[in-house]
Design a protein. Structure first.
Length: 393
């Protein structure tokens, strides 16, 4: 096993009605003025935003708001938020929404606390030296950004989707009421479940001598999400299933699943980021669309791990033919995606990707030929292109 540091400083307040504690939690941060950052009108229509405002008013906390975050959050709104925070003297950001809102809030926090262009961090040109403190009222179980050190932003100039990681941006608290996710469309619920699973699977597939305990937690988390995702397709109001999925989302991406391993592969995320940047697809759905093609392309480089995944996660009966077990495991995962109406190829995303576009995707994913992705098998620009091709067949 690898040496590791586990750091998860976010205070979690979980359960029914917990959004009403937002004002109290913000007050504990000793801030002067808060930016409430959110996405579409759904948080207004549901009355959630009004409850947040009332909670802050009750504590005598001054605030302003900025909405408009979209899936694959845009750099232009981040710039707007940075200017607003500096102009208004904001010293705390409360993100009310899912991963896109939280990621946008983190980027704004970086921009306020650091000089220069915030996009430099996402381009890996320099490192952040701080971030405005952030709190979260979570409305979508998916990205795990409510406890993670990660933020992903899309730059409209070239439609580049890039991520940046730093513990400076880990939220101070996360309010998590599973009831707030009950109005999500079936597609968004399923996409979120895939995103949660992929955060664990990206870490699970690695070349280390892994810890048995971390493996066991990872495998159980995957089985739990699969079980409850299928329940939610038929019973979207099931509180227990919503709660299981919401907590899994946080645990999947707060660093726990990387304890004792080398951090994992992450090629599927890199492949999807380019799809999200070019075609604006839902993140989890994009991950499902490329996972099978990636798995078949790289599994020969890590057969023991893929066999373990097939048996322990997908319930494939072990046998003498290791490759057959591996292929059955990959097929079983794709069958699960179909059960929750997620795609298993690019056509399932309702997009048509031309050869030229696949070449452009591979070029951008390889950072214009300057990097490889993944650790199961190092993937160069040509490998990336072939995986996109397989996913388009």
């Amino acid at each position: 096993m690898e040496n590791f540091q586990y750091y998860a400083p976010t205070k979690v307040v979980f359960g029914k009605g917990t959004e009403n504690k937002a004002g109290q939690l913000v007050k504990e941060q000793n801030c002067r003025k808060v930016l409430i950052h959110y996405g579409s009108g759904s948080v207004k229509r549901s009355g959630l935003l009004d409850r947040i405002f009332a909670s802050l008013d009750e504590e005598g906390i001054s605030y302003i708001s900025l909405g408009g975050v979209v899936p694959n959050p845009r750099l232009s709104l981040v710039y707007e938020g940075i200017d607003l925070c500096r102009r208004e003297g904001v010293d705390f950001i409360l993100a009310v929404g899912g991963g896109s809102v939280i990621d946008s809030a983190k980027a704004i926090g970086y921009g306020v606390e650091n000089e220069g262009d915030v996009w430099d961090f996402y381009e890996r040109k320099r490192q952040a030296c701080g971030c405005l403190p952030i709190g979260v009222v979570l409305t979508i179980a998916a990205a795990g950004s409510e406890m993670s050190d990660s933020s992903v932003i899309t730059n409209e100039n070239g439609w580049l989707k890039r991520g940046y990681n730093s513990s400076y941006c880990r939220p101070k608290f996360a309010v998590m009421n599973p009831e707030l996710t009950m109005t999500l469309p079936k597609y968004q619920t399923a996409s979120g479940c895939v995103d949660i699973m992929m955060h664990t699977m990206e870490r699970y597939f690695n070349h280390c001598d892994n810890m048995e305990l971390t493996d066991g937690i990872s495998e159980h988390l995957l089985r739990t999400v699969m079980k409850n995702a299928k329940i939610l397709m038929d019973e979207p109001q099931c509180y227990k299933a919503r709660a299981e999925v919401m907590w899994a989302g946080s645990l999947s991406h707060n660093g726990l699943m990387a304890c004792g391993n080398d951090g994992g592969d992450w090629a599927c995320h890199q492949l999807e980021h380019e799809l999200g940047g070019m075609f604006d697809v839902a993140h989890g759905a994009g991950l499902a669309a490329v996972w099978g093609s990636w798995a078949r392309y790289v599994c020969d480089a890590l057969p023991d791990r893929f066999e373990q995944f097939a048996v322990n996660v997908m319930g494939v009966e072990n046998g003498d033919d290791k490759n057959a077990v591996i292929q059955k495991g990959i097929e079983a995962m794709e069958n699960f995606f179909r059960q929750i109406e997620m795609p298993t190829d690019l056509g399932g995303l309702n997009i048509e990707v031309s050869e030229d576009q696949m070449k452009e995707l591979a070029l951008k994913c390889s950072h214009f030929g300057k990097r490889t992705i993944g650790c199961v098998k190092k993937l160069n620009q040509e490998d990336i292109y072939r995986i996109y091709q397989k996913a388009a067949d």
